[in-house]
Design a protein around this ligand. Structure first.
Ligand code: Q9C
Ligand code: ZN
Length: 662
């Protein structure tokens, strides 16, 4: 019982405690590629990403144990190994496009791409630096290396940039070694792409090439996750002489973590790597499957990354080149990168036995991949033992006993009963850091369990009237028209009731733009009632805990706090005072909570602006603005789907609210 969760001492070092020779490449000029956007619409692929990693490697003392290499520009003929002439001249032309609007127009021709004046230089340095790192490792001047580069590369295809990627850095370096530097004796390269997105570009570039084993584990979500489509399916196994040399492990859903990835390592990647016997491993090291990432929705801990990397160290004499791809939570990517560099230096990860089990869906995916590839890799042929695949996680609850030790209670609930929507792996169950204080901070604060017992009606009049949009606040995610995803509530259970009601309040649209919807006003409800007015509201019965999580998200605050914004005492107060301004979010646009009465004994609450904001809208201090098209459409479809109004009536209703003077 005890030994299961214990930390084994990590005395084993590959060479008596001495560091291996690890190269690091970083160059500030790669920050000259940035999104030309207003601050509120922060682009996740931002210059701070590489700064965050570089600064933690330095402050933690790891950088000085490494060999710092100079970033290098890529040569045209090396780009041409994987990219078309046209693509190369496009990227090279960006620096001489002299207006932001022209660059934006150009970028808009592609999928998820922006350009700045410095994009040409940054892209050249990113590609050139991965070549430099790979060449030094191939020559044996270094044992391994980590190129901290951006823009990332794995989505970039032969003839087009996409998914924040301009040049395919990893593919270029791979092709360089295999084709231009036969002298260095690197004849087989394993590419491990652990970025949360499928490496579509890299896959295509080596699809028929038996010298490259491309392995990608990524969210697939039935082909709906970025880059979407079926390229990331496990049936894509390679063609011609490259048959069997393309391995995709497509997650059915998010929330995959250390246990899921390690199951894939142990049951697919490592056995195949033993057969393939690579001369070098290049890791497309995105850290967007890390816990805390705003795009990935997965939860690999830094410790998880260190085990994944450590298991690769036994191949190719430890010749590993890591190249940064995605990863959008600055803290997550920095701590994940630190864990990896630590492994590269030591050649050994601290051995912590994981207590978590993979999802049932993970075993399903692993079995599908093994079946699909077993014709090429007989080692994947056998059935997995029942006792292995029966160990799954549905819900894990963390409890602590009096001695402060923790143990997991894993409830075996069949997945048919518990839909994935209901499955939560609480943050508290994840070993984010070995520091116990950190662990403590990740425990569910007690206010959550208290407020989870109290129900309220959350009355919505804006985009949340549309159920699919509201669900993003509970389950996480984004729908059409939204420019950024929601993290969702900690408690992802569905509302206990949904009803529509009209209220005698004025609906209007104001403010300039929002991070979620872009330019245009957003809906507000006048906090005071007015018998002439009739607003349609959709009421969701949710817990007070979930209501707080909506408030956090509505005001761009972190869910992981030790205090709620609106507690039971506030709920008592509001029923007599009618409205409460939430102190913590004074700056927020929806900081005024209004009590709209009760419905079947449960209080009805809404969020809107304060009366003083209304004054400022009326005086012109803050702008009144009609909604943008996507936002208006969301409101209209919300009303139509909720069977409140016909499409014509709904448009007229929104039209009137946007044009009638306040
Ligand atoms: N609805 C990397 O991680 N998302 N790229 C666009 C459009 C693009 C991620 C969403 C995600 C690209 C390198
Ligand atoms: Zn990614």
């Amino acid at each position: 019982m005890e030994s299961n969760g214990e930390i084994e001492s990590s005395l084993s070092r590959s060479n008596g405690g001495e560091d291996r020779r690890v190269g690091l490449i970083f160059d500030e000029r790669m920050c000259k590629h940035y999104a030309p956007a207003p601050a509120e619409e922060h682009h996740p692929e931002c210059p701070d990403r590489i700064l965050a990693i570089w600064s933690l490697l330095n402050s933690s003392g790891l950088a000085k144990r490494c060999i710092i290499l100079k970033a290098k520009d890529v040569e045209d003929n090396h780009l041409a190994l994987v990219h078309t002439k046209k693509h190369i001249s496009l990227i090279k032309s960006i620096s001489s496009v002299n207006s932001e609007s022209k660059r934006s127009r150009l970028a808009a021709r592609f999928n998820s791409i922006y350009f700045s004046e410095g994009s040409t230089e940054a892209a050249s340095l990113a590609a050139g630096s991965v070549i430099e790192a790979a060449e030094k490792v191939a020559k044996g001047e270094l044992d391994s290396a980590f190129a901290i580069v951006r823009p990332p590369g794995h989505h970039a295809e032969e003839g087009e940039p996409m998914g924040f990627c301009l040049y395919n850095n990893v593919a270029i370096a791979t092709s360089y070694l295999l084709n231009e530097r036969r002298d260095l004796g690197i004849n087989k390269i394993l590419i491990v792409d652990w970025d949360v997105h499928h490496g579509n570009g890299t896959q295509k570039m080596f699809y028929k090439d038996p010298r490259v084993l491309f392995f990608s584990v990524h969210r697939y979500d039935s082909g709906t996750f970025y880059p979407s489509g079926h390229d990331g399916s496990y049936i894509m196994t390679g063609e011609d002489s490259g048959a069997g040399h393309n391995i995709n492990v497509p997650w059915e859903h998010g929330r995959c973590g250390d246990a899921d990835y390690l199951a894939v390592w142990d049951n697919i990647l490592i056995p195949v790597a033993k057969e393939f016997y690579p001369d070098m491993i290049i890791v497309s090291a995105g850290f967007d499957a890390a816990i805390g990432d705003p795009l990935g929705g997965c939860c690999i801990t830094p410790h998880g990354y260190s085990i994944m990397l450590d298991k690769l160290m036994e191949f190719a004499g430890g010749k590993i080149v890591m190249a940064l791809e995605g990863g959008y939570n600055l803290n997550s990517i920095a701590t994940s990168a630190r864990a990896c560099v630590d492994v590269l230096l030591h050649g050994k990860a601290p051995n912590v036995v994981s207590e978590a089990y993979p999802f049932a869906s993970t075993w399903r995916v692993i079995q599908e991949v093994r079946r699909e590839l077993s014709t090429y890799w007989p080692v994947l042929g056998g059935e997995l033992p029942e006792k292995t695949i029966n160990k799954t996680t549905q819900i894990a609850v963390l409890s602590s006993d009096s001695e402060g030790e923790t143990e997991d209670i894993v409830l075996a609930v069949p997945e048919e009963v518990l839909t994935i929507d209901d499955v939560i792996l609480p943050l508290s169950n994840l070993k984010i850091d070995l520091d116990s204080q950190d662990q403590e901070a990740k425990m569910k604060p007690s206010w959550r369990s208290e407020l989870s017992k109290v129900d309220v009606w959350y009355a919505t009049y804006g985009s949340n009237m549309k159920m699919a949009r509201f669900r993003c606040y509970i389950e996480g995610g984004q729908i059409e028209g939204m420019r950024r995803p929601c993290v969702g509530s900690m408690d992802k259970s569905k509302p206990k009731g949904i009803i529509w009601k009209t209220f005698p309040h004025r609906l209007f649209f104001a403010r300039e733009r929002t991070a979620t919807w872009g330019p245009g006003g957003v809906a507000f409800l006048h906090p005071n009632s007015n018998a002439q007015e009739k607003a349609h509201l959709c009421l969701y019965k949710i817990t007070l805990e979930q209501f707080n999580d909506v408030l956090f998200q509505e005001n761009s605050l972190n869910l992981e706090t030790s205090h709620p914004l609106f507690d039971s005492a506030a709920l008592q107060t509001i029923q007599t005072e009618k409205s409460i301004s939430v102190e913590l979010v004074q700056g927020g646009w929806y900081h005024n909570l209004v009590y709209l009465g009760n419905e079947g004994g449960t209080p009805v609450l809404t969020m809107t602006c304060s009366l003083s904001d209304v004054d400022d809208f009326m005086s012109g201090k803050f702008p009144i603005n009609p909604p943008c098209k996507e936002y208006a459409n969301t409101l209209i479809t919300g009303l139509v789907e909720g069977e409140q109004l016909s499409e014509e009536e709904a448009s007229a209703y929104i039209q009137e609210a946007s044009s009638k003077p306040l």
